[in-house]
Write a protein that binds this ligand. Structure first.
Ligand SMILES: [Zn+2]
Length: 128
């Protein structure tokens, strides 16, 4: 609930941009528009925030968002084999963007992602 409220507040940050733009395209005599332009922008941002909170939540926790790093050739940090290397950086409920990078060969990467899947993480994996 706290996140939802913060999200709605974040959407309201665009109100000072939206209201004058509406006023401009309505050929409002005032540069900053009428009171109704501001009320309309606030209401539109409340509606937009209420809808896109769920859309963004789906996007950022779905299989669609998975970030991998790839090295054409290097030494696997697990087995020492020289090969093409992979590193999973981000997946739903998994974020190693601040961690020390560990690159794995295909076999070690598959073993690692299988291990993470067993822990309940939603990892689609890479497709070549
Ligand atoms: Zn390896």
């Amino acid at each position: 609930m706290k996140r939802f409220i913060l999200y709605l507040i974040r959407w309201q940050l665009s109100t000072p941009i939206l209201a004058p733009v509406i006023a401009f395209f309505k050929h409002s005599p005032s540069l900053f528009g009428a009171r109704e332009d501001w009320i309309g922008a606030i209401v539109a941002n409340l509606i937009g925030g209420a809808i896109f909170f769920w859309v963004d939540r789906f996007i950022f926790t779905s299989y669609a968002v998975e970030v991998w790093n790839f090295k054409d050739k290097g030494i696997c940090d697990n087995c020492g084999k020289e090969d093409s290397l992979w590193r999973l950086v981000k997946a739903p409920n998994y974020d190693k963007s601040d961690a020390t990078p560990r690159f794995y060969c295909m076999a070690c990467s598959k073993a690692k992602t299988d291990e993470l899947r067993k822990k309940g993480l939603k990892i689609r994996g890479k497709s070549l």
